[in-house]
Design a protein around this ligand. Structure first.
Ligand SMILES: [Zn+2]
Ligand SMILES: [Zn+2]
Length: 123
């Protein structure tokens, strides 16, 4: 095993089931993830599509209660070993295991997404 990478080693994790997750990394970086962002970036095979295709939308089980959409929420967040957390959503989906590596990879902050500030027209 390689030595742990401080970039994928969480120093502190704050979890708000109704807001999202914030992680302070050992290398001093801070990442904040909103609920919808996390749900959208669920790493499980169902959500990412196992055939290399991009699914149009997260799968939603047909239910008789689709006349309203409850606000997205995390029902439960449980640690998986020392490398990941598993998030159970209130839409019934709970197979997403978010490794810290994945968290760091999907960090939405400008310096990680490579977003430029104000320069370079997009699109
Ligand atoms: Zn998923
Ligand atoms: Zn970042």
């Amino acid at each position: 095993m390689l030595a742990t990478d401080p970039r994928t080693e969480p120093e502190h994790i704050s979890i708000s089931k109704s807001k999202g997750i914030a992680i302070d990394w050992r290398d001093g970086h801070r990442s904040e993830y909103g609920l919808r962002y996390l749900r959208h970036h669920c790493p499980c095979a169902v959500c990412t599509g196992s055939h290399g295709t991009t699914p149009a939308a997260p799968p939603i089980d047909p239910s008789p209660f689709q006349m309203y959409q409850a606000a997205l929420k995390m029902n439960d967040v449980e640690p998986v070993g020392h490398y990941a957390v598993r998030i159970a959503w209130n839409d019934g989906h709970s197979s997403g295991i978010y490794s810290y590596e994945h968290f760091r990879k999907i960090c939405p902050c400008p310096s990680c997404t490579g977003a430029t500030t104000g320069t370079g027209p997009q699109g």
